[in-house]
Design a protein around this ligand. Structure first.
Ligand SMILES: [Zn+2]
Length: 136
């Protein structure tokens, strides 16, 4: 999946777990392996700009809510991909490679469009659900 999907899923888990600061990062990390098991369109030309937009959105949300765990949970969601670039844990690297789907057929770009709609839905839920579910 794109970095944007992993980041937003990590934050969304934190929002849906009503601000559980202990378990949200754990589930965010676990979500990475589940999402990567789904066949998806991998392309860094799309990945970097979308990730940049997701980070901007999450920084804005963190500023709005004053809750850094929106961002911390997001970072746990993308941690296995960071570990793939800057290897700091061999076990996580092995688990990431085992969990990632094996591309045995051409993935149409429609998969990416679907993923982007899911990201937009995640942004909507993070933005609208956070104050109602976590603050009050
Ligand atoms: Zn990954």
């Amino acid at each position: 999946m794109t970095g944007a999907t992993h980041l937003l899923t990590g934050s969304l888990i934190y929002v849906f777990m009503r601000g559980n600061k202990l378990l949200s990062p754990v589930f965010a990390l676990g979500s990475h392996f589940l999402l990567d098991a789904i066949p998806h369109f991998d392309n860094s030309a799309w990945n970097f700009p979308l990730g940049f937009l997701a980070i901007l959105f999450l920084l804005l949300t963190t500023k709005r809510t004053g809750d850094p765990f929106i961002l911390i949970s997001a970072l746990f969601g993308i941690l296995p991909d960071v570990n793939h670039i800057v290897i700091f844990n061999e076990t996580m690297l092995d688990l990431h490679q085992v969990a990632h789907f094996k591309k045995t057929f051409e993935i149409p770009i429609d998969f990416l469009y679907t993923e982007m709609y899911a990201c937009l839905a995640a942004c909507y839920l993070i933005w609208t659900r956070y104050p109602a579910k976590v603050l009050h």
